[in-house]
Ligand binder design. Structure first.
Ligand SMILES: NC(=O)c1ccc[n+]([C@@H]2O[C@H](COP(=O)([O-])OP(=O)(O)OC[C@H]3O[C@@H](n4cnc5c(N)ncnc54)[C@H](OP(=O)(O)O)[C@@H]3O)[C@@H](O)[C@H]2O)c1
Length: 306
């Protein structure tokens, strides 16, 4: 498994993180088998959120991994807070502290390796976030902090008050959802692709040593479905199949290798609940696509060059 350095922290983490949003779809035995397989293949970084299954995913994970002190020191746990499902986003000090306490309880651990603020809160007060982070850090409940789905100005606003480095920003990106990359190729053009939707977050994160964690690496649209083996994407799937043969990995693996080929050193958050599919991602992390093949996948997915 290829490792990357998390943000400017100097901490080495697996380039494939195991997203736990969907493990609620497994039964207890299935979750245990999946988590054990992940550990066997070196996938020791697990991505959670307080809202996944309304807390059930964190609880199921703790049971599946058989959480205890010796297990805990072998894994990296990330969780998120700030979404109150269907009602609001909440970055208040009170909510952040309460959410972390609840996640720690469900995960049966005393600390998170990383806490992310899940989605921007319109009513954010950076002083409150800073106070919450200070308290969590001082109490040893959270070691590092990051954000998710935030643009550069929102991160800068936090950084005005937050004392700990922001080490990660989790954003959606895939061959089928590539505006973050495509608009950087269409600068100053009159087409829709050139429209900036994220404040040039990719360049900002590279400039400031913030790791972009990539969510939904196989989805197109906003949870519209998986593009791999999807007849809606014949050209892309033909290219993924061709390169799978060339590099000795699977088509899903090529989709992962395509993300990891980017020099920003992304961490890919896989969402599968199947050990075999996770293994395809892990194998792909050691493959480096050529420049020509990277662009061929980009174009086959329907993205364009000016
Ligand atoms: N920060 C955020 O706002 C945010 C938002 C969404 C997700 N996330 C995180 O990102 C993780 C990944 O998101 P995601 O689950 O949407 O990502 P994903 O890996 O793109 O999608 C995984 C889903 O696609 C299915 N799938 C079908 N065919 C597949 C194939 N050939 N290869 C791989 N998967 C295939 C999987 O089913 P099987 O389980 O049957 O394989 C699973 O349901 C989540 O677990 C969560 O941790 C974060």
């Amino acid at each position: 498994m290829k490792n990357i350095t998390l943000g400017g922290s100097g901490v080495s983490v697996p380039s494939i993180a195991v997203g736990c949003m969907r493990i609620k779809n497994l039964d207890a035995a299935g979750a245990e088998a999946f988590v054990r397989s992940a550990l066997d293949m070196g996938a020791v970084f697990f991505d959670h959120a307080d809202v996944y299954g309304d807390g059930l995913c964190e609880e199921m994970f703790a049971a599946a991994v058989g959480m205890n002190a010796s297990v805990r020191e072998k894994i990296l746990l990330q969780s998120k807070c700030g979404i109150v499902r269907g009602k609001m986003f909440d970055f208040s000090q009170e909510h952040i502290l309460a959410s972390v306490d609840a996640s720690l309880k469900r995960l049966r651990t005393e600390y998170l390796d990383i806490l992310l603020l899940h989605r921007p809160d319109a009513l954010v007060e950076p002083e409150e976030v800073a106070a919450a982070f200070d308290q969590l850090h001082a109490q040893g409940k959270v070691r590092r902090f990051g954000v998710s789905n935030q643009n550069p100005m929102q991160i800068q606003l936090l950084r005005k008050c937050v004392r700990q480095p922001i080490v990660a920003n989790q954003m959606q990106l895939s061959a089928g959802y590539a505006n973050m990359l495509a608009k950087g190729l269409h600068v100053n053009m009159l087409d829709d692709v050139s429209v900036d939707r994220d404040g040039y977050i990719l360049d900002f994160c590279r400039l400031h040593d913030i790791t972009l964690q990539i969510w939904s690496p196989f989805q197109y649209g906003f949870f519209e479905g998986v593009f791999v083996d999807n007849p809606k994407f014949p050209e892309l799937n033909a290219k993924l199949a061709e390169l799978a043969g060339k590099y000795g990995i699977t088509p899903s693996g090529v989709a992962v290798a395509w993300l990891l080929r980017h020099p920003a050193n992304f961490q890919v958050v896989s969402g599968t609940t199947k050990a075999e599919r996770l293994r395809e991602c892990v194998r792909a992390s050691d493959v480096r696509l050529s420049r020509e093949d990277w662009y061929a996948v980009y174009l086959a997915a329907g993205n364009t060059l000016p």
